[in-house]
Write a protein that binds this ligand. Structure first.
Ligand SMILES: Nc1ncnc2c1ncn2[C@@H]1O[C@H](COP(=O)(O)OP(=O)(O)OP(=O)(O)O)[C@@H](O)[C@H]1O
Length: 549
């Protein structure tokens, strides 16, 4: 066994003293289920306290040497990092365990033992994850940060929250701060995808829309859109990150950034539904969130002027818009999905399993930790300096001077129609009549919004039954005849209960055509405006790959 006892391999068991914690040495063990530490109290009764961290809550392990204050220079140390749920399952918290390795006379030999434990921790993490494909850990991630997203805090979020978890998890990555609208799109259009294990967005949904459309515009788009994507919320519209939290039954709201960062460091890939949108000009766009017009779209677009207040902008603008309801004459056609019925209360998911910890871990403050050893691979990023793609350093804060630009009308002149799709066989061209098995509703509408994710924003739980990969677009439809009281109820709580409010129709579909009959309005795809006019979308079930736990 590691730690001075014989058998090296698996599971690892040993006895070590905890760094800077008084008391007897602890028995520790790492196996497929995770990490267990048993500590015996003083005295004859010697109550044994056991704590268990599930493998799925472990993120990494670091080996260290003694700091300058430590006289026993032959010691080595290892620290295990984990993010278990708290006892009520309402939040994830950081837990560290640091151990001294004092089995041998020399630092080098003790370090070897510490390294065995480090490998054991990563083995436990990997074994837990074998059921799902994972991102290729031998390559680095490309992280794109929009310094102007939402209230402009994305770089701060990276420095203060994301970089430390990436360091603990040895998640090698390269950061690019986007310099202007469409920068991310241009980067991914010509990116050597083989160089990276995936792309992580630290921003709002708008930057992911750019990335997906950059991938969609590549000649190899059919493979490119399957590229692993990670999403860490940093904008004012974070619908996908919130939807993933909902699906995974994570306590997302307690710490959205941590929960989403953990999705990235685990790097399991889950299939993600995407949709192809065809506009009247013959353009095709790739969408991962929603398409619609009317009330919610208007609120999303018009509240843009309040973006400095972050996600609260949607609520604030709702009050203004509901007082001045607009109605839009239009023809809505759709192919109904076979598998779901509409307007149901969502099923409650089983609670997550907890790691078994008896008390809040007395966290070892990072300054109290021994010195980190330089690692063989360059895996811990310097937090102060972010790296551009060519490797030249770029100080945080450089990239925020560009104006935030909305809309995709003019941005992609070169959007050539190279998407001769097998999937297009499903649906006719936009200027052809819809097939006979489609349904059509012609009316005045307060809104029509089709979403493939449960949330289109943190507070907008539009489609309670939607999961990221069920192959369904949920149309939420409100007709002009719906009483204002129903609309008010809806906007007071887009919390999933709205599906039972009279006048709110939820229709599961796989394809949708919108033909507006009014001269103007906002057509919204993933929070971006596209030109007002006929448009249709169809689902590409499970075509994307999103990083999840
Ligand atoms: N450096 C930059 N300066 C200005 N705009 C940028 C920059 N980088 C990216 N953008 C643009 O900002 C848009 C919105 O970004 P994002 O979605 O990340 O933030 P958001 O606050 O959530 O925005 P939204 O208003 O779309 O919800 C992106 O579509 C992108 O085109």
């Amino acid at each position: 066994m590691a730690g001075g006892t014989e058998k090296p391999e698996w599971p690892l068991q040993g006895q070590f003293r905890r760094y800077k914690v008084k008391g007897n040495p602890c028995d520790i063990r790492i196996d497929e289920t995770g990490f267990t530490v048993s500590s015996k109290g003083d005295g004859a009764s010697g109550v044994v306290k056991q704590e268990v961290l599930k493998a799925s809550d472990l993120v990494g392990c670091m080996c260290m040497k003694a700091g300058p204050a430590e006289a026993r220079t032959h010691l080595a140390f290892f620290t295990i990092f984990a993010y278990p749920l708290n006892d009520k399952g309402k939040k994830r918290r950081r837990v560290t365990f640091s151990f001294e390795v004092d089995k041998e006379d020399t630092f080098e030999k003790n370090l070897e033992i510490a390294e065995t434990w480090r490998s054991g921790v990563y083995r436990a993490i990997r074994i837990f994850g074998t059921a799902n494909p994972q991102t290729d850990k031998s390559k680095k991630l490309l992280m794109l940060i929009n310094p102007n997203s939402g209230p402009g805090k994305a770089q701060q979020i990276y420095k203060k929250q994301v970089a430390s978890v990436f360091g603990e998890a040895e998640t090698d990555h390269e950061v690019i701060i986007t310099e202007r609208a469409n920068h991310a799109r241009e980067i991914v259009q010509s990116l050597n995808l083989a160089k990276y294990s995936g792309i992580v967005i630290l921003s709002g949904d708008g930057l992911l829309f750019e990335v997906y459309n950059g991938l969609f515009e590549r000649p190899d788009w059919e493979q490119a859109i399957q590229y692993p994507i990670g999403m860490i919320p940093g904008g004012s519209g974070n619908g996908l990150a919130r939807s993933l939290g909902q699906w995974l039954n994570e306590p997302y709201l307690a710490n959205p950034v941590l929960v989403s960062t953990l999705n990235v460091v685990y790097g399991h890939l889950s299939p993600l539904d995407l949709a192809i949108v065809q506009t009247a000009e013959g353009k095709r766009l790739l969408s991962f969130l929603s398409i619609g017009f009317g009330l919610i779209s208007d609120i999303d677009i018009e509240s843009e002027r309040l973006r400095s207040i972050g996600e609260a902008r949607f609520v604030a603008w709702s009050f203004i818009r509901v007082a001045n309801l607009r109605k839009y004459p239009a023809k809505i056609s759709f192919k109904r999905a076979q598998r779901k019925t509409s307007n149901q209360i969502p099923k409650v998911r089983p609670p997550l399993m907890h790691s078994q910890t008896f008390e809040e871990e007395p966290e070892v403050a990072s300054e109290a930790l021994p010195d980190h050893l330089p690692r063989s691979q360059s895996v811990v990023q310097e937090v102060e300096t972010l790296y551009t793609e060519d490797g030249s350093g770029q100080e945080c804060g450089d990239g925020g001077q560009q104006n935030h630009k909305r809309g995709v009308e003019s941005e992609n002149e070169s959007n050539r129609d190279n998407h001769a799709l097998t999937d297009d066989c499903l649906i006719p061209d936009l200027n052809e009549p819809v097939p006979e098995d489609w349904e059509t509703i012609e009316d005045n509408f307060i809104m029509v919004h089709a979403t493939y994710q449960s949330h289109i924003a943190t507070d907008a739980f539009i489609a309670p039954e939607a999961t990221p990969n069920d192959g369904i677009m949920w149309i939420m439809m409100i007709r002009g005849s719906t009483p204002k009281s129903s609309i008010a109820k809806l906007l007071l709580g887009l919390d999933g209960t709205h599906v039972n409010v009279p006048g709110i129709e939820m229709i599961p579909v796989v394809a949708l055509r919108i033909v507006p009959a009014s001269s103007n309005g906002y057509l919204n795809v993933d929070g971006e405006v596209i030109p007002w006019g006929p448009v249709q979308a169809h689902i590409l079930p499970r075509r994307g790959n999103i990083m999840t736990r």
